[in-house]
Ligand binder design. Structure first.
Ligand code: AMP
Ligand code: MG
Length: 516
């Protein structure tokens, strides 16, 4: 097999003019990104393909399943019109300034026009870049499968995220704790710009590049801010990022998602979930859960995520200060997190409970529930799904809450909570009425709505692990099946019921570290 890079003749809808996307910014001046071709990978093969995303992007199936594209996405050819680059960024890691980082193993192929708007295509694990530092520029099959499935699972849940188009594998060995085989994930997003990109130029006192980056992000992704001038424009950018980040945090918390490495270089300026490493969808509920075994202090523990997001936003604000100058403007943009996050969380948690409008006492009801879930270490996803069914069936079946009750050690405490909950559900008031005149919505209807927001399936660690084990043995079937199920996690998919069950005993001993 010839692994020398070749030029491919594939017709490809790349945007022609450099500088049309934020991440192609300043290529000419070389401040933001550096030309960097991928390094060829020996004997590539398909590990997984995401047909649904390919259709969404309007990419031709014939071409995208072809040998030449396989080789191009493994770094053995450069697609016609593509100008591969790696970008530079800095960041705070575990709360400490880490200086320059950059795309150490992600190589951008460029931006294409799609029915979903402009999308950047990036190869993660495509070989060394000028920013690889001591790293090899590679990613292993195991972590690539996790990233592929996680991004698509998040999308299926309706959570803002980068997407994953396919995985290509290779027998080439990569050395982590042990020798593993290499893989490349083809990632897709409107932009991969991170908080750390802004921090980089601010730290280097390059205000021109900082402003240029901010203007590009605004022009490409927040054009409604273009009418604003000077400080107002950049304060509005900050506020937009605050809002998007607050929304993403509420989404993470509501589904029990732990990111694991919320460093500022892993925070997307568009509020997308980015860089899936030691992430985890929680099995049993524990607000103190730490999914990254390298996070010895628990900085990124589940319940701390919103507060850490806020901390990261302060780091971004600090970086934008040279464009805004006015501390009061910056602070008022930052302070919107304090209302946006609780509001977003109330909306999402309310919907999970089947309460579509807020009433006094709802937060207490929710907090009491989370306390009970924690005390009994109840499986988070199973609880919500069972609760949804219980509500839907409660008018016809007096025993409908039994499967929910069974999840708790302290049954009496659950009974007390349930009584308050059902009283609240049966409230006849609506937000628009001060009197209780609105017709009562049936519990069956409420339960059906709950089933549309409480997923049956999430990417539990053990499911990812089983798919990885099978893939290592050469069988990629489970990856594809999981992908299909996770794309519509609120559907029953009865054939895959076991994937909606409790995590097995061995799942708790899975060691998820930063090594990838
Ligand atoms: P992460 O913790 O995955 O967000 O990575 C932090 C930084 O390390 C980023 O700059 C990555 O590009 C870089 N990095 C991680 N793994 C590798 C690797 N195997 N080779 C080169 N750079 C890497
Ligand atoms: Mg990263």
């Amino acid at each position: 097999m010839n692994t020398k890079r070749q030029d491919s003749n594939l017709a490809f809808p790349w945007k022609t003019s450099i500088g049309t996307s934020a991440s192609q910014l300043a290529l000419a001046s070389n401040k933001f990104q550096t030309p960097c071709p991928p390094t060829p990978l020996l004997s590539p093969y398909w590990v997984a393909q995401n047909d649904a995303l390919r259709s969404e992007l309007g990419l031709d199936g014939q071409i995208w399943q072809s040998e030449p594209v396989l080789h191009a996405l493994a770094g053995n050819a450069v697609l016609e019109g593509s100008h591969p680059t790696a970008s530079v960024y800095s960041g705070h890691q575990f709360g400490v300034w880490a200086g320059q980082l950059g795309d150490g193993r992600a190589i951008s192929l460029g931006v294409i026009d799609t029915p979903q708007g402009s999308q950047e295509i990036q190869l993660k694990g495509a070989g060394p870049t000028p920013y690889s530092r001591r790293g090899d520029g590679r990613a292993v099959l195991r972590s690539s499968i996790r990233e592929f499935l996680a991004s698509e699972a998040m999308h299926g849940l309706g959570i803002a995220t980068t997407r994953a188009l396919c995985i290509t594998g290779s027998p080439t060995l990569v050395y982590r704790e042990e020798a593993e085989t290499a893989a490349v994930v083809t990632r897709v997003a409107p932009s991969f710009v991170r908080f750390g990109h802004f921090e980089h130029f601010a730290a280097n006192d390059d205000i021109e590049a900082l402003q240029s980056l901010a203007d590009q992000v605004i022009a490409q992704h927040m054009p409604e801010l273009l009418d604003l001038q000077g400080a107002q424009r950049y304060a509005a950018l900050l506020q937009e990022v605050v809002q998007r980040t607050a929304c993403m945090m509420a989404q993470w918390q509501s589904v029990g998602f732990c990111h694991g490495v919320m460093n500022t270089d892993n925070m997307s300026i568009l509020g997308l979930t980015l860089d899936y490493g030691p992430f985890q969808f929680m099995d049993s509920f524990n607000p103190n859960h730490i999914c990254n075994h390298s996070d010895t202090q628990g900085r990124y523990a589940f319940a701390r995520q919103p507060q850490i997001a806020n901390w990261n936003l302060y780091a971004l604000a600090q970086a934008l200060m040279p464009l805004i100058h006015d501390q009061d403007l910056v602070l008022s943009a930052l302070q919107t997190f304090q209302t946006a996050y609780p509001h977003q969380l109330d909306v999402r948690m309310g919907a999970k409970l089947g309460m579509n409008f807020p009433l006094e006492g709802d937060r207490a009801l929710m907090q009491n529930l989370l306390k009970l879930l924690h005390e009994s270490r109840v499986d988070y996803t199973i609880f919500w799904r069972r609760l949804s069914h219980a509500v839907a069936e409660s008018e016809h079946c007096s025993q409908s809450f039994e499967p929910v009750r069974d999840l708790f050690l302290n049954r009496q405490a659950f009974d007390d909570w349930q009584m308050g909950y059902l009283n609240r559900l049966d409230e006849k008031a609506s937000p628009s009425s001060t009197t209780s005149t609105i017709a009562r919505v049936s519990r069956q209807h409420i339960g059906q709505q709950m089933l549309r927001v409480n997923p049956k399936y999430v990417l539990r660690n053990h499911l990812g692990e089983l798919a990885i084990r099978q893939a290592k043995a050469g069988d990629f079937g489970m990856i594809q099946e999981l992908l299909n199920v996770l794309h519509s996690p609120f559907e029953e998919h009865t054939h895959f019921d076991t994937w909606a069950g409790f995590a097995p005993e061995w799942a708790s001993s899975l060691d998820i570290s930063c090594s990838s």
